[in-house]
Design a protein around this ligand. Structure first.
Ligand SMILES: Nc1ncnc2c1ncn2[C@@H]1O[C@H](COP(=O)(O)OP(=O)(O)OP(=O)(O)O)[C@@H](O)[C@H]1O
Length: 363
């Protein structure tokens, strides 16, 4: 039901004065795919979405739906549905009228309009709220109205800009499942903007990590999570420990980094041969107990109880601050013995490279 085979953004650029919000973005989206644009504030994700929607003209490049060039078309001619962070519902119209609005302005006859609105409301489980004004609904319900309004027009593409960020933690999780369920059942091609890596990992078939208007990595959630291309992507994907250390050995694909009191062997993620390199490790990849692989002793400074585990900020014997998760309850001042499997230590030689000159800051 996607209505096209591929949507292609080719060298799409958008400048604001001297700021390059988006710098030659190349991205091909397959019909039916769910793609997340991920990055911190200011990286250009909303700009990319607004360029797709037709709300912002490009300053370079083009956008194609199969063989049709669409970047010159006004938003209403593109046939895309949009869902925004602030819902953007009409406060004086009932839920039913809000959902039916797009069909009404397209001149869809009343019986068909009623049927399609009923269908969309049933899909987001709001049939019983149809007569209410949006102000009488919860945030999650309002966002479901916004989603129903976007899908009722049977869009070729659904664009979502941080749709869950105004919801509380519990609703956010519920709605996330809801959005994934809708995508699975309708197969609508979706481009979803978020700064939340968990949301991107949970929802998307493919993730585009942006920084300063430039693509840092495109891949499946599994690829971006397990094989980040550089320390920027790694940092974004939860590799909270980024430890720059002297290189003391290289063998095959393995690199050993060491300083007095800390020695780590990990997997080389690039070919650089500098004197120092960065070890990237997730807090939950440490295992309790002093194993043979990468043993280390950490003195607990801050311990946060998380139910099944404790999140610890501590210091290694070499004085490095590290973040680890351990299954047991530990207290500040305690020393804990840990190890980390070498294949869970990613070693990047080039460190964090800055964005291209002229591109917007990473925010
Ligand atoms: N209308 C505008 N005028 C001038 N600069 C803009 C405009 N819109 C965006 N920018 C700049 O372009 C860059 C990218 O902005 P964009 O809104 O796309 O980022 P974002 O990743 O969506 O951030 P956020 O999550 O905060 O919305 C930023 O440096 C921003 O300041």
């Amino acid at each position: 039901m996607s209505g096209f085979r591929t949507l292609r953004m080719s060298e799409v650029s958008r400048r604001f004065g001297t700021t390059t919000a988006l710098d030659r973005l190349d991205l091909t989206i397959e019909g039916g795919e769910f793609v997340a644009l991920l990055g911190p504030s200011g990286c250009g994700k909303s700009t990319a979405l607004n360029c797709l929607a037709g709300l912002l003209p490009l300053t370079g490049g083009g956008i194609w739906l199969d063989d049709e060039r669409i970047d010159g078309l006004p938003p209403e001619k593109r046939g895309f549905g949009m869902v925004f962070q602030n819902y953007a519902l009409f406060p004086h119209l009932t839920v039913r009228k809000n959902v039916g609005f797009g069909l009404a302005i397209r001149g869809v006859p009343k019986p068909e309009l009623t049927r399609r609105v009923d269908e969309a409301l049933a899909l987001v489980e709001l049939a019983d709220q149809a007569a209410k004004l949006p102000g009488r609904l919860s945030g999650g319900q309002q966002q479901r109205v916004a989603i129903a309004r976007a899908i009722v027009i049977r869009p070729r593409l659904v664009l979502m800009d941080e749709p869950l960020s105004n919801l509380d933690a519990k609703l956010r999780l519920q709605m996330r499942t809801e959005i994934r369920r809708l995508h699975q059942s309708l197969g609508l091609t979706t481009v979803y903007v978020t700064h939340d890596q968990e949301e991107a990992l949970a929802l998307a078939d493919r993730i585009v990590v942006l920084r300063g208007g430039v693509v840092e990595q495109i891949g499946t959630p599994e690829e971006v999570y397990a094989q980040p291309r550089n320390t920027y992507v790694a940092g974004f994907m939860g590799y909270r420990n980024l430890l720059e250390l002297p290189v003391t050995g290289r063998e095959g694909g393995r690199v050993t980094l060491a300083e007095p009191g800390l020695r780590l062997t990990g997997v080389a993620r690039d070919r650089s041969a500098g004197a120092t390199a960065v070890a990237a490790i997730r807090p939950d990849d440490f295992t309790a107990g002093r194993g043979a692989a990468n043993p280390l002793t950490v003195t607990v400074e801050v311990a946060e109880f998380h139910g099944r585990e404790t999140a610890v900020e501590g210091v290694t014997e070499s004085g490095r601050v590290v973040h680890v998760r351990v299954p047991e309850r530990v207290r500040p001042g305690e020393k804990i013995e840990l190890s980390v499997p070498p294949d869970r230590v990613l070693v990047f030689g080039d460190g964090d490279h800055p964005p291209r000159p002229g591109a917007a800051g990473a925010g």
